[in-house]
Ligand binder design. Sequence first.
Ligand SMILES: C[S@@+](CC[C@H](N)C(=O)[O-])C[C@H]1O[C@@H](n2cnc3c(N)ncnc32)[C@H](O)[C@@H]1O
Length: 328
Amino acid sequence: MPLTLTRALEAVLDGEDAEALRRATARLIEVYRSGAPPSAQVLRDPVSAAAYAAYRMPATHAAVSRVLRYAAEVVPGLAPRSLVDVGGGTGAAAWAVAEAFPGLGSVEVLDGSADALALGARIARNGPSVLAGARWTRRDLAANAPLPQADLATVSYVLGELPDDLGGRVVDAAMAAAGVVVVVEPGTPRGFAAVHAAREQLLAAGWHLVAPCPHEDACPLAAAGDWCHVGVRLDRTALHRRLKGASLGHEDEKVSYVVARREPAALPEGRVLRHPVTRKGMVRLEVCRADGNAAAEVVSKRQGPRYRAARHAGWGDRWPIGGTDPAD
Ligand SMILES: C[S@@+](CC[C@H](N)C(=O)[O-])C[C@H]1O[C@@H](n2cnc3c(N)ncnc32)[C@H](O)[C@@H]1O
């Protein structure tokens, strides 16, 4: 029986030197907070890789899982059989894809850090069989070699670590390798800028958006100097709480993302951009709309099914959720 990622992390990391992990976690927090692309390899030794797995991997895994759910809602038939996880590190995105798509038959994780790959392979041994049998390949993305062909390419929390020109080349390489590309970054102005650049690059290459955008026009949030992102809540593991000295049992991971593919998808009418505000008999939603604009929509109880849909809608959901027909 495969373990969940949380249990698999505990099984591998429990014996680690807690003080060394804490120091390495503090260093990672510094590097990621600085916002700038790191000048040297971040996961440079086994303890840095272990700290990354303990402190970041549950959140990046939760973020990619959510993004895949949004993509599958727009394209219900999405069923990749092979994955290339670009800059895959300890394999968080590969775990999310393996869990989301039971038909996945092969996984290759590419990364520049031998220590991250080695740890990822150990953690994956306790996971779904496709992960236990994954290939973990050391690759410097700056070498510009073509990526292995796959149905799906994930580029998760990687572009922010690369110089701008390399980020563009990695997105090009992902398009050349796969029919569906998923790009995920932190939900910050800087993370969104990288995602937005990838969105424009995908569209310019004739690709089609799956999520989050309900249209392929210019992004209204970028035009307004805002950034498109969604919050994903996840439970903190006991190990995570110890490493960060945190007392809260959960954290909110903010994420910006784009999913695109070669063929057009039937895009939803809208996408919810903020937490909906519920008042007696009405729900106010901020919505990115199919006409390319972002605007508020107030849904009142008189609107019946649309109101019920609004009551269940959350930040990041397609709108109306469940494809509710406004006329019904
Ligand atoms: C923040 S981690 C993300 C790991 C994983 N994708 C995730 O979502 O948790 C960034 C990863 O990119 C890798 N990376 C950064 N620059 C790279 C390069 N030039 N070539 C290959 N991998 C690189 C790092 O080694 C690291 O594993």
